[in-house]
Ligand binder design. Structure first.
Ligand SMILES: Cc1cc2nc3c(=O)[nH]c(=O)nc-3n(C[C@H](O)[C@H](O)[C@H](O)COP(=O)(O)OP(=O)(O)OC[C@H]3O[C@@H](n4cnc5c(N)ncnc54)[C@H](O)[C@@H]3O)c2cc1C
Length: 375
C-alpha cells in the first residue's frame, strides 16, 4: 500500500487527487491537504466582484466532493515539506505535527508577495480570493466618478483578470450612465498583451481597449502606493480614486529552503511533472517553474500528467505522460466582443485568435460544468 499526499485544494491538487483515485487500486491511500475546505473557481472572481454571480456559484465544499471520490481530506496549514525525509510539517489545523508520505504531489499554488509593494496592504484592492473580490465589489458599487487605475505588478503572471476588470468596469459605468465621469487606466510593467507573446493578440486587445476608451500605460512597474497615487521606482506617478492592482507572485514558502526551487520560489520540474533532483515527488499548477502566465488550464493539465505518471510509478510501469506548455484563454469583456486565444508557448507560429459572444458563454459553461461535477 502506498500513502500519497496531495498538497493544495486548487485546480492542481483537486485534479491530481481525483485522477489518482481513478487510476490507483483501493489498497492505496490518497490524502488531500489544504488550508480551507472551500474550493474557489478563481476565473469567475471578476464576475463575482461585479455582482454577476454569487459566492455559492463559484465555490464548493471540498470535503464533501472528495468523500465521493475515495480521497481523504485534511483541513490544515502546510508549514514546509522535507522531501529527503518524505515528511510534511503541518503548522495547524485538523492535524498538527508531521505527516509522512510515500509519494507527494505539491500543488500549493503561488504566494502573493504584497510586501514587495509599499502601501499595498492599506491602499490597493485586489480580487485574488473570495473576500478581496467581494470587498472590491463594494468599492465598485460606491464609485461613480474620478480615475480608476487597474493593473498588475512586475512578477504578477496573471494578465487576464486585469484586462477583464477594466472592460467590466467600462461596461458597468455605461449601464449606469456614468462612463463619461470616469477615466479608466490600465498600468503594467509590460507592453499591452506582451504576456501572450503574439502581435495579433496585442492588436486585438488594443482594439478592444480603444473601443472602450481605456487608456493603457506600459513600462509602469508599481513600487509604491498611497491613498491617492501609484508610483514606479523611477518617480513616475499616477493619481487614483479607485485602485485594483494584482500584486507580484512568488512560489509557495512551504518549498523554500529545500533546494528544489528557482530564485522566485517556483519548483523546478521536468515535463513528466517530476520535481527535479527528488524521488517520488511531483508538482503541478501555479507553484511550478514554467515561463509565461500562470493559468488554471495549465494547472489542470499538469495535474493530469503528474497523476498518470505517479500512478504508473506506483504500479511499476514507465511514466510516459508529458506536459505541453500552451496558453488557452478567454478574455471576457462582459459583452459581445470577447477574445479567445490559443498559443503553444515557445512556438514562433502565430496564436489562434477568435472573437465573439460565444467565448464568454464557453467560459461560463466551463465554470458551471466544474461546479456541477463537484457539488
Ligand atoms: C481572479 C482570477 C482570474 C483568473 N482567470 C483565469 C482564467 O480566465 N483562465 C485560467 O486558465 N486561469 C485563470 N486564473 C488562474 C487560475 O485560477 C490559477 O492558475 C489556478 O487556480 C492555479 O491552480 P493551483 O491549484 O496551482 O493553485 P491555487 O488555485 O492557488 O490552489 C492552491 C491551493 O493550496 C492551498 N494552500 C496554499 N498554501 C497552503 C498551505 N501553506 N497550506 C495548506 N494549503 C495551502 C490554497 O488554499 C489553495 O486551495 C485566474 C486566477 C484568478 C485569481
Amino acid at each position: 500500500m502506498a500513502k500519497v499526499l496531495v498538497l493544495g485544494g486548487g485546480f492542481g491538487g483537486v485534479v491530481a487527487a481525483e485522477r489518482l483515485a481513478e487510476q490507483l487500486g483501493d489498497e492505496h491511500q490518497i490524502t488531500l491537504v489544504s488550508r480551507s475546505r472551500q474550493f474557489v473557481f478563481y476565473p469567475s472572481l471578476v464576475k463575482l466582484a461585479f455582482g454577476k454571480c454569487e459566492t455559492k456559484d463559484v465555490s464548493f465544499d471540498l470535503r464533501h466532493a472528495m468523500l465521493d471520490r475515495r480521497v481523504n481530506f485534511i483541513e490544515a496549514e502546510v508549514a514546509r515539506i522535507d522531501p529527503s525525509a518524505r515528511k510534511v510539517a503541518i503548522a495547524h489545523g485538523e492535524v498538527e505535527g508531521i505527516l509522512p508520505y510515500d509519494y507527494l504531489v505539491f500543488a500549493l499554488g503561488r504566494r502573493l508577495a504584497t510586501e514587495r509593494i509599499s502601501g499595498f496592504y492599506d491602499h490597493a484592492h485586489h480580487l485574488l480570493n473570495l473576500d478581496k473580490a467581494l470587498k472590491f465589489g463594494k468599492a465598485l458599487a460606491n464609485f461613480h466618478e474620478g480615475h480608476a487605475v487597474i493593473g498588475q505588478c512586475d512578477g504578477t503572471r496573471l494578465p487576464v483578470p486585469v484586462y477583464e476588470t477594466a472592460l467590466a468596469l467600462s461596461r458597468l459605468l455605461e449601464e449606469k450612465g456614468e462612463r463619461d465621469r470616469v477615466q479608466i487606466t490600465v498600468v503594467s510593467p509590460n507592453e499591452l498583451g506582451a504576456e501572450f507573446e503574439d502581435p495579433e493578440a496585442a492588436a486585438a486587445l488594443d482594439k478592444t481597449f480603444a473601443a472602450r476608451q481605456i487608456q493603457f500605460v506600459s513600462n509602469f512597474a508599481v513600487e509604491a502606493i498611497t491613498q491617492n497615487s501609484v508610483a514606479t521606482g523611477n518617480g513616475r506617478t499616477i493619481a487614483h480614486d479607485l485602485l485594483m492592482l494584482l500584486p507580484p507572485f512568488r512560489g509557495s514558502s512551504a518549498a523554500s529552503h529545500t533546494g528544489i526551487t528557482n530564485d522566485e520560489g517556483y519548483i523546478n520540474v521536468d515535463l513528466a511533472m517530476r520535481v527535479l533532483g527528488q524521488e517520488r515527488v511531483y508538482a503541478a499548477g501555479d507553484c511550478v517553474n514554467f515561463s509565461g502566465p500562470k493559468m488554471g488550464h495549465m494547472a489542470t493539465r499538469q495535474a493530469e500528467v503528474a497523476a498518470r505518471n505517479l500512478a504508473a510509478e506506483i504500479d511499476g510501469r514507465e511514466p510516459v505522460a508529458r506536459y505541453v506548455h500552451e496558453l488557452k484563454l478567454v478574455i471576457d469583456e462582459a459583452g459581445s466582443d470577447n477574445i479567445y486565444l490559443y498559443k503553444e508557448i515557445g512556438n514562433e507560429g502565430p496564436a489562434i485568435i477568435k472573437r465573439g459572444r460565444f467565448w464568454s458563454l464557453a467560459k461560463r459553461a466551463q465554470q458551471e460544468l466544474w461546479q456541477l461535477s463537484h457539488v
